[in-house]
Write a protein that binds this ligand. Structure first.
Ligand code: B12
Ligand code: SF4
Ligand code: SF4
Length: 459
């Protein structure tokens, strides 16, 4: 996430994501549909001047009189020009908007809706949020505040934003015997190819289709990584509402969906926001194992398992390690508990319940081979191995001792050796073998690892 780096949420597991040919066909038919729907040749012989309606192109684009937007009669007050008058091509703005939304839908976006681009009134919220240090290691959130609060500071041309969901499969039921089987758990959104790649390609096609509708208009697509408050635009457009877990959800889709949006230099009729349907429910706040959620749409990422396992690069605080449970990448708990997600779950996949020993032992080549095209690469090989060490400790299973001992002895990253030592410390109650394995760590070349080993052995 962020401007420069991808945020690592990812992996659209949509069927289409796995079928590039279908995607191309979809894009082609989207373009054709746009053409069909757009260039409606509307009679304008009875047109009489009206107050200026929303027009394309805007006056600044109108170099000559022939290029000026044509206004039309009262009987068709909402007509806008999409092509220059001399080309005689006009379109109903309702049809134009429908064509924009249809183009997105044909590319796999769902419930696309429109908001007007204007300044957001979240400056105080953001200032407090950042002042409290909630950004943690996500330094990209410290930058481009102005653009986040008003995209026109960076894209002065932006008039409308089309926001949409891009669904992914609901999480499978958790592996009940994860402790016995030494398995971790990966958040559902990370199934399949990285959603940034999938959605960026589709947003580009959608943008192209939109630009066919509005020739010469600026348009820019975003997913996740821009300085854009995606929830805010989705809520304004009525794609869904912001739940108490801070995610966007809707009555029909729940929240298992990414958000993507296209900012556009043309006025589309905005849609209305939908009402907040959280009511008195507090299930997401109650279920969160780390108390990362607080009333008032406040999430403290520094306590969120998603942040700790994906974005956080250093040592995970000892009090948070047991609360991470089986999660090695991301967390779905505040979504699985949500009544609007309707208890839906998809078939179990090995991918989302990997064996911890394998994660701990990955080398660079193995990591790239397995996760190079997945959102999981965001956590990095070392981050993932650190997470696996924590979860192995959380299993309380003596079978976790051999892989942890090997990691303490052989892993190239001190961070991982340190967490392996801490996990062996947890397992000391289950088997004395854990204590024996820890002894080897006393001669570790890294000061931090040695002091972790010593403090565990002395405790
Ligand atoms: C940074 C980030 C994270 C961080 C911090 C999350 C956070 N809530 O801030 C971490 C790593 C923890 C994270 C985790 C996850 N993330 Co994330 N994340 C982002 C990212 C890149 C930026 C969010 C951000 O700006 N945070 C900063 C704070 C200040 O903003 P905010 O929480 O959105 O706050 C807004 C509201 O609270 C609102 N607000 C303030 N007062 C009020 C009052 C009212 C009445 C209302 C309604 C709102 C409101 O104001 C703020 C600005 O709009 C977005 C993509 C993007 N560019 O928006 C994805 C994004 C939010 N993440 C996403 C996903 C999928 C996840 C996870 C589900 C992944 C997982 N399974 O592990 C978890 C869910 C955790 C959770 N409960 O939020 C999706 C969410 C899709 C959806 N349906 O909502 C996004 C939109 C990416 C995408 N393009 O799809 N994420
Ligand atoms: S993703 Fe997990 S840790 Fe983060 S807020 Fe939701 S339940 Fe809590
Ligand atoms: S669990 Fe309840 S409070 Fe949380 S987002 Fe869902 S409906 Fe809203």
């Amino acid at each position: 996430m962020g401007e420069v780096r991808s945020n690592g949420h990812a992996g659209a597991g949509t069927p289409a994501a796995a079928a590039p040919q279908a995607l191309d066909r979809g894009a082609r038919s989207a373009r054709n549909a746009v053409k069909d729907a757009t260039f409606l040749r509307l009679a304008h012989t009875n047109a009489s001047p009206t107050a200026p309606c929303r027009t394309w192109p805007p006056p600044s684009h109108s170099a000559s009189r022939a290029d000026e937007p044509v206004t039309v009669g009262n009987r068709l007050p909402r007509l806008v020009t999409l092509r220059r008058a001399r080309e005689g091509r006009f379109v109903d703005p309702v049809a134009a908007k429908r064509a924009v939304l249809d183009a997105g839908e044909q590319l796999g976006f769902v419930d696309p809706r429109v908001a007007r681009v204007e300044a957001l009134d979240r400056a105080a919220f953001l200032d407090d949020w950042l002042a409290e240090g909630r950004a943690g290691d996500m330094r990209f959130l410290l930058h481009h505040k102005k653009a986040r609060l008003d995209p026109r500071t960076r894209y002065p041309w932006a008039r409308s934003v089309v926001s949409a969901f891009f669904p992914y499969a609901a999480p499978p039921a958790p592996v009940r015997r994860w402790k016995e089987e030494l398995r971790g758990r990966i958040a559902a959104y990370a199934l399949g190819p990285d959603y940034h790649d999938v959605m960026t390609a589709r947003l580009a096609r959608w943008r192209d289709a939109v630009q066919e509708l509005f020739p010469g208009a600026e348009a820019k697509g975003f997913v996740d990584t821009g300085a854009v408050f995606e929830h805010e635009w989705a809520a304004r457009a009525g794609v869904g509402w912001t739940g108490k877990h801070t995610l966007t959800l809707s009555e029909t889709r729940g929240s298992y969906a990414f958000l993507g949006e296209i900012f556009l230099e043309a006025d589309l009729e905005p849609d209305a926001p939908v009402s907040d349907r959280c009511g008195t429910c507090t299930r997401c706040l109650d279920v969160c194992p780390t108390d990362a959620l607080a009333p008032g749409y406040r999430l403290d990422p520094r306590r969120c398992i998603s942040y700790l396992t994906i974005e956080h690069r250093g040592v995970v605080a000892p009090d948070l390690r047991p609360k991470i449970g089986e999660w090695v990448f991301g967390c779905d708990l505040c979504q699985t508990t949500c009544p609007w997600n309707d208890g839906a779950s998809s078939p179990a996949t090995e991918w989302l319940a990997p064996r911890l020993e394998g994660l701990l032992a990955l080398d660079d080549a193995g990591f790239d081979r397995l996760y190079g095209a997945s959102a999981i690469r965001r956590a990095g090989r070392i981050g993932l191995a650190r997470n696996a060490a924590i979860v192995l400790g959380n299993t309380g299973n003596p079978d976790a001792v051999p892989p942890l001992s090997r990691a303490l002895r052989d892993h190239d990253a001190p961070l991982v050796r340190r967490h392996a030592a801490a996990a062996l410390g947890v397992l000391r109650g289950a088997t004395p073998r854990a204590g024996t394995a820890l002894e080897a760590g006393r001669s570790d070349p890294d000061d931090d690892v040695r002091s972790e080993v010593e403090s565990v052995l002395d405790s």
